[in-house]
Design a protein around this ligand. Structure first.
Ligand SMILES: Nc1ncnc2c1ncn2[C@@H]1O[C@H](COP(=O)(O)OP(=O)(O)OP(=O)(O)O)[C@@H](O)[C@H]1O
Length: 250
């Protein structure tokens, strides 16, 4: 386990400027089309994270808990360096392995082999590292010659095998996960689960954003509750889960 890994967030905010259209009725769209007048776009700011401060140290298995839209994925993306905060500071010390946003980096027209490289770069691997592990990744997928075919010809189970094989061939001191990736058929699932367990055991830090109470309880040792982009509680798993589940026994 890496003892150097740590993450410090201070007063982090993430906002998205979006344009919304106040009146999208059929009538108003017809009038706009006939008069060539454009429907007024209304600028709007969505605040996904607000004033988030957090210290995560080696040995922490942190669960991010919260309702839909609370900001969990946005927080993972900030930790992964995909989003830069609009306010506050983010200090991530250690290499991140991003095992969420499963479809990011894939190209439907590229072959399985080409996609191994694309996806590897997206999750944080270096090109030389992917090249060195190409054969091992290919073997883990058990897809054989199908790796020479374009991704659009893959079934969803085959696609998941590829995603998982790439993800687990790369080491990370900090592992960022949303759900435990449930992959393929029974035989592959067992092999995948074992590999993921090893990765998590080796990681200095695990951050897991999930709605799965059993997974959180079996994996994490501390938790935060996100509500409308803010951390409203931090503490033990039982404490945070019972608060999240509305006082029901977790
Ligand atoms: N790219 C974006 N543009 C505009 N708004 C966004 C964007 N990404 C996220 N949001 C908004 O930010 C808020 C937090 O979204 P986020 O995906 O982080 O929530 P979440 O807790 O992961 O939700 P879920 O449990 O449903 O996956 C939501 O209101 C969402 O609509």
């Amino acid at each position: 386990m890496s003892l150097a890994a740590h993450i410090v967030l201070r007063n982090v905010a993430v906002s998205f400027p979006v344009l919304s259209f106040r009146d999208r009725s059929l009538r108003s769209r017809f009038v706009s089309a006939v008069t060539l007048r454009r429907t007024a776009a209304v600028p709007h700011i969505v605040t996904a994270l607000n004033d988030v401060s957090l210290d995560i140290r080696a040995g922490d298995r942190l669960a991010i808990v919260g309702a839909n839209g609370a900001g969990k994925t946005t927080l993972l993306r900030v930790l992964a360096g995909i989003y830069h905060p609009t306010a506050g500071s983010v200090d991530v010390n250690g290499r991140c392995l991003s095992l969420f946003d499963l479809s990011a980096g894939f190209d439907e027209e590229a072959t399985g082999y080409e996609n191994i490289i694309r996806r590897g770069l997206v999750i944080g691997a270096r090109r030389a590292e992917i090249d060195a592990r190409r054969a091992e990744i290919a073997e883990f997928t058990e897809l054989g010659d199908r790796l020479d075919l374009p991704l659009r010809t893959y079934s969803s189970g085959m696609m998941l095998r590829l995603i998982f094989a790439v993800a687990t061939a790369v080491e990370g001191e900090i592992v960022l996960l949303d759900e435990w990736i449930g992959v393929g058929d029974q035989q592959f699932r067992k092999k995948a689960r074992q590999r993921l367990d090893e990765i998590v055991a080796r990681a200095g830090i695990l951050v897991l954003a999930s709605h799965d109470v059993d997974l959180i309880k079996s994996t994490c040792n501390r938790a935060i509750l996100l509500e409308e982009g803010r951390i409203t509680a931090a503490g033990s798993i039982d404490e945070i889960l019972s608060r999240y589940l509305g006082g029901a026994k977790a």
